[in-house]
Design a protein around this ligand. Structure first.
Ligand code: ZN
Length: 196
């Protein structure tokens, strides 16, 4: 069976206050009347909070009303250590882009497309195990957060993630909701659309 997940992940990987941020997100959704307070399996064995009817009314964009059944709920996930969040089948096409010089790196180092410039593989970006949340660009020499190299998804490393199971299109989450989550965690978000 195919499973879909849509993740919103802060650009930086470490959040010493991750539990507090997850609680803030939970409280915001609860105060809006969007979710049920109890945690339960909301699909794909993910433990989260089911959307209420008000949640579906407020969150589901007009063009996706007929797919309301796919909006099962939301999971506010925290991990003891930053974890790799993988885009599943979609990660096969992931390309890392240096946020400073725009150099591109094929994650698997197997770029077979003759029409494009050859890419270095991502191995050249990882400077040390201790700095796994940072990547070091071999083209311009600058380092930055792992997640800033994957603005369009594929991979992320984080100890905090907001996950929506069963969301099958990027456009299914409205911009106002993404902006609000970004505001609460005080960070731009990387979006990972995962298909396994
Ligand atoms: Zn660079």
């Amino acid at each position: 069976m195919t499973s879909y997940f849509y993740y919103l992940i802060p650009e930086r990987s470490f959040h010493p206050n991750r539990e507090e941020l997850a609680a803030k997100l939970y409280n915001y959704f609860l105060e809006q009347g969007w979710i049920a307070p109890e945690t339960e399996d909301i699909g794909n064995n993910d433990m989260g909070n089911r959307f209420t009817d008000k949640g579906l009314t407020d969150i589901v964009p007009e063009t996706f009303k007929e797919f309301s059944h796919q909006y099962t709920g939301v999971c506010f996930k925290t991990f003891d250590q930053p974890d790799l969040i993988h885009g599943g089948e979609n990660a096969a096409d992931a390309v890392a882009v240096c946020p400073h010089c725009r150099a591109q790196f094929d994650f698997y180092g197997n770029n077979n497309d003759e029409t494009q410039q050859p890419r270095s593989d991502l191995g050249g970006l990882i400077s040390s195990q201790d700095e796994a949340d940072y990547l070091h660009c071999s083209e311009c020499g600058q380092s930055d957060s792992f997640n800033r190299f994957f603005p369009n998804g594929g991979f992320a490393v984080s100890d905090l993630a907001v996950c929506f199971p069963d969301i099958t299109h990027e456009e299914m989450l409205p911009d106002f909701l993404i902006s609000k989550i970004s505001e609460i965690v005080s960070s731009p978000l990387v979006r990972i659309y995962c298909h396994i």
